[in-house]
Design a protein around this ligand. Structure first.
Ligand SMILES: Nc1ncnc2c1ncn2[C@@H]1O[C@H](COP(=O)(O)OP(=O)(O)OP(=O)(O)O)[C@@H](O)[C@H]1O
Ligand SMILES: [Mg+2]
Length: 184
């Protein structure tokens, strides 16, 4: 899961508070309790790796934070920048920078990466009450981000997450995180 954790976040007032607070979270799936009073604090600028045996609930935690349906939170709370994350719809959470990025994401042939990124970025800007990027501004931005990540320009014209000639794993999620992060 990718979270907006960078220090460059424009909202400096949040620097002194925890970015993400999971407090005594209890989660059930199909009548079985998977998470038992789990607590976790992530501060701005920190990167956390969640480790544990198979079936211990790592994916469950990520899914609940992102808002995937099918999980019942029976106790506890999740705060993002002090706001109740569990009260938000998944798209509201993603607009705030909380969403899942997959190691092996789904390929979407026929949808150009450039189109996908532009739609994602403008949806984020709209959610923040900002105006959409014009085509020239968007092209300038996406090219600069691609260059900073050493992503060849021709990959932006390919289908979303479609395999590359050199066999590298798809990186649309990474581009999306970089491009749609609130500080852009
Ligand atoms: N949709 C579901 N329906 C029923 N049981 C589920 C569901 N999702 C997860 N579980 C159960 O919840 C437990 C935790 O699963 P979860 O996938 O969160 O573990 P994990 O730590 O991510 O495991 P892994 O290391 O294998 O990825 C497992 O026992 C799993 O069978
Ligand atoms: Mg898992």
């Amino acid at each position: 899961m990718a979270l907006a954790l960078e220090r460059r976040c424009a909202n400096r007032k949040f620097e002194d508070m925890s970015l993400l607070e999971v407090k005594n979270l209890q989660v059930r799936v199909e009548e079985r309790e998977i998470l038992h009073a789990l607590s976790l604090t992530v501060n701005l600028g920190e990167v956390h790796a969640i480790m544990g045996p198979n079936g211990s609930g790592k994916s469950t935690l990520s899914h609940v934070i992102a808002g995937k349906p099918g999980y019942e939170v029976t106790a506890g709370e999740i705060l993002f920048k002090g706001e109740d994350l569990l009260a938000m719809a998944p798209d509201e959470r993603s607009a705030k920078g909380v969403f899942l990025a997959f190691q092996y994401p789904v390929e979407i042939p026929g949808v150009a990466t450039m189109t996908f990124l532009r739609t994602a970025l403008n949806a984020q800007r709209k959610a923040r009450g900002e105006s959409e990027f014009s085509t020239p501004d968007f092209l300038k931005k996406v090219r600069s981000v691609a260059a900073s990540l050493n992503i060849p320009q021709d990959m932006l014209r390919r289908g979303v997450n479609t395999s590359t000639r050199c066999g590298l794993p798809p990186t649309a999620s990474m581009r999306c995180v970089r491009l749609t992060a609130p500080w852009w």
